[in-house]
Each structure stands twice: as structure tokens, then as C-alpha cells.
Design a protein around this ligand. Structure first.
Ligand SMILES: N[C@@H](CCC(=O)N[C@@H](CS)C(=O)NCC(=O)O)C(=O)O
Length: 209
């Protein structure tokens, strides 16, 4: 059997600055999954990746026996199903699922319109910011005194969401810092400054672990 058909490690097609790829890399690292990272140029996606997943979005995880996961949440769930040493997977899925669904749908749409107004002719960046603010307020209220969204410990839902909040905050840092969102600002800062985030954001990283 050739080394092309059976690989020793999973291969993750990733893009360092993609928030979906960040959540996948964090879950894989947390679970202790050794994997090879292929950094993809979104304008020149590798043929090998498109052959595995023609929809052409990152992240894509190819498992050693050939199974392909091409949705970031599926990759997180698969990784944490291998091992979940920090108990990231919540006991009850309903709250985390509704927050992640809102993040990935209406909030992501507002984020794109706020961050890249030139891509949406006729769109209004400030209206998009207001619309995104509704989700920021929901998260800020959800934190109510706890460090993380489901309580005192970081969980799957924090990891799935914070890369998107980081992008939103970074679009206009003075504006974000001036908002009455202190719980959310602390939450974001602790996750962005975590060792885990530093590791998965290292440039030219070609392996996880
Ligand atoms: N639902 C997908 C979305 C992934 C996604 O949209 N990734 C972006 C990069 S952040 C992408 O690959 N876009 C395709 C492109 O830009 O060509 C997931 O959760 O994995």
C-alpha cells in the first residue's frame, strides 16, 4: 500500500487567519491529536484539498484512513471525541448550539459587512456594527460574572465563538474598548492571550504537537 493511501497522521488544510480554522486547530491541539498542517492560500487552493472537498472552504481534515471532515464544528467534535482532557464538551448542547448557530449565521454576516464594507455595495458598515452589537450584548449578558460562557471553565462554545469576536473587536479597537461590555472584553482578552491561542497562531507551524 502506498504512503499516499495510508497516512500516519491526519492532515489539516488550514488558513492561519481563518476563524473557522482557528477553532479547529484549537480543538485538535487540546485533544492532543498529532496532525500535519497544510497552510492554504485561499486564492490558490491545492488540488489535493479540492479533490477531498470540492466546496473549497477551510478547514478540511483528512483522517488517516481517508475520511474527510470539511466543517469546522465537525472537526472540533471529532477531535474532542478522541480526547477531551479539559472537559470542553458541554453536558447540555442546547445553549452552546444556539450561541454557535447565531455566531455562524447572523453575527458572521454582520461581521463581514462591518469588516469588509467594500465587498457589499450599498451596505452600511455602521448598521452592520449595530447589528453585530446585539450578539456582543447577548454574550456579555451570558457571562454574568463568570469568566466563560458556560461557567468558570473554558468550553467548546468559547473556543468556537471567540475567533469571530476577536475579528469584530479588531476592526475598530478604540470603539470596542469604549463599549459597556466589560465581561466580554475580559473574556476575549483571556482567550486571545492564552497559551493555546499563541501556539495555534504561530507562523509557519507545520504540525500540531
Ligand atoms: N462552514 C464552514 C465555513 C468555513 C469558511 O467559510 N472558511 C473560509 C475562510 S475563513 C473559506 O474557506 N472561504 C472560502 C474562500 O475564501 O475561498 C466551516 O465551519 O468550516
Amino acid at each position: 500500500m502506498s504512503t499516499d493511501t495510508i497516512r500516519q497522521y491526519p492532515v489539516l488544510y488550514s488558513f492561519r487567519r481563518c476563524p473557522y480554522a482557528m477553532r479547529a486547530r484549537m480543538a485538535l491541539y487540546q485533544a492532543g491529536v498529532q496532525c500535519e498542517i497544510v497552510e492554504v492560500e485561499l486564492k490558490a487552493k491545492p488540488a489535493a484539498m479540492l479533490a477531498l472537498s470540492p466546496k473549497g472552504s477551510v478547514p478540511v481534515l483528512q483522517l488517516p484512513l481517508g475520511e474527510v471532515l470539511d466543517e469546522s464544528l465537525d472537526i472540533m467534535n471529532w477531535a474532542l471525541g478522541q480526547d477531551d482532557p479539559g472537559h470542553w464538551l458541554p453536558d447540555s448542547r442546547s445553549l452552546s448550539q444556539s450561541l454557535i448557530t447565531e455566531n455562524d449565521s447572523s453575527f458572521k454576516a454582520a461581521l463581514d459587512r462591518y469588516k469588509y464594507p467594500q465587498r457589499f455595495p450599498g451596505g452600511n458598515s455602521l448598521e452592520a456594527r449595530d447589528s453585530g452589537m446585539v450578539f456582543l450584548q447577548t454574550l456579555n449578558a451570558q457571562l454574568h460574572g463568570d469568566a466563560y460562557l458556560l461557567g468558570r471553565q473554558v468550553s467548546y462554545v468559547d473556543i468556537a465563538i471567540f475567533p469571530f469576536i476577536r475579528q469584530f473587536a479588531n476592526t475598530d479597537v478604540p470603539w470596542f474598548e469604549a463599549q459597556a461590555l466589560s465581561a466580554l472584553q475580559h473574556w476575549l482578552s483571556s482567550l486571545v492571550n492564552s497559551d493555546l491561542f499563541a501556539i495555534i497562531m504561530e507562523k509557519n507551524r507545520r504540525h500540531l504537537l
